[in-house]
Design a protein around this ligand. Structure first.
Ligand SMILES: *[C@@H]1O[C@H](CO)[C@@H](O)[C@H](O)[C@H]1NC(C)=O
Ligand SMILES: *[C@@H]1O[C@H](CO)[C@@H](O)[C@H](O)[C@H]1NC(C)=O
Length: 241
């Protein structure tokens, strides 16, 4: 498996479920709000994919979409992602520029992936994982082994606990719209790294926000996936540039 440098890596559901599926296909359904956007009108026969490809060639571009309001077709390229509405039909699709981390995506249930350069405001991470039967831990880990953000599924008490650890654990956050997760189920988690907070979606439904407890996002150099009980596993992990 190798990627030629110009080949776009689209964060479609199909792509992240299979690392080798890199054809520029459908994009992600929904409406995205970006920050620091550049827009221009597309001539009628300039294909939309050209807009997307341009974004993928620019290091600072994280998302692109085609806006066809009012009869004009515009290419919109943005440096950051602020919010996503998966159910909106306004901008039907958006394309995230980033990479599928290829390290360790094998059968080992415990995963610790390196995030080069750490996190930054405006990024999106998308992970897919199979839930463990008791607890599943998703950890955004700092270089000093503290945890900037924990998402923990507890199937036995129908809870999704969020917390952070700087020497010791802080206060837990537990609000949730619903809980119907089961052992062995694969869940897709989309997490926007916002200015003030993380915004987290489960299977395309908004679930919660988590206010940053450290602003040193650049020191969040690892994502860990682990658990207790019958083994779950990390299926894929995508991160925008
Ligand atoms: C673009 O489309 C117009 C009209 O549809 C056509 O006249 C023109 O030749 C096309 N340009 C290119 C480069 O294909
Ligand atoms: C869980 O509940 C939500 C909200 O009611 C629903 O949209 C979703 O399809 C359910 N998921 C499963 C796996 O049952």
């Amino acid at each position: 498996m190798y990627f030629t440098p110009w080949l776009p890596m689209l964060a479609t559901v199909t792509l992240i479920s299979g690392q080798c599926d890199v054809t520029p296909s459908a994009g992600i359904a929904g409406q995205v709000s970006g920050t620091v956007c550049l827009e221009y009108q597309l001539s009628t026969n300039m294909t939309a994919i050209k807009c997307i490809l341009q974004c993928f060639l620019e290091e600072e571009c994280r998302v692109a979409y085609i806006d066809s309001d009012g009869g004009l077709t515009r290419c919109v390229k943005c440096q950051g992602i602020q919010s996503i509405e998966f159910t909106s039909a306004v901008h039907e699709k958006f394309y995230l520029h980033g990479e599928v981390l290829t390290e360790n995506l094998v059968t080992a249930p415990q995963q610790k992936l390196f995030i080069a350069g750490g996190l930054a405001v405006g990024q999106v991470v998308i992970l897919k994982g199979v839930l463990w039967s008791q607890r599943t831990f998703i950890l955004f880990t700092l270089t000093n082994n503290n945890y900037a953000f924990l998402i923990e599924f507890r199937l036995y008490s129908a809870a999704i606990v969020r917390n952070a650890k700087f020497g010791y654990w802080g206060h837990e956050e537990r609000s949730k719209p619903h809980f119907n997760f089961t052992a062995g189920q694969e869940v897709e988690i989309v997490c926007i790294v916002g200015q003030e907070e993380y915004v987290v979606f489960m299977d395309k439904l908004f679930f919660f926000t988590f206010r940053h407890r450290t602003l040193d996002l650049g020191a969040i150099n690892y994502l860990e996936y682990a658990g207790t009980g019958t083994a779950g596993s990390l299926s894929s992990f995508f991160i925008t540039s």
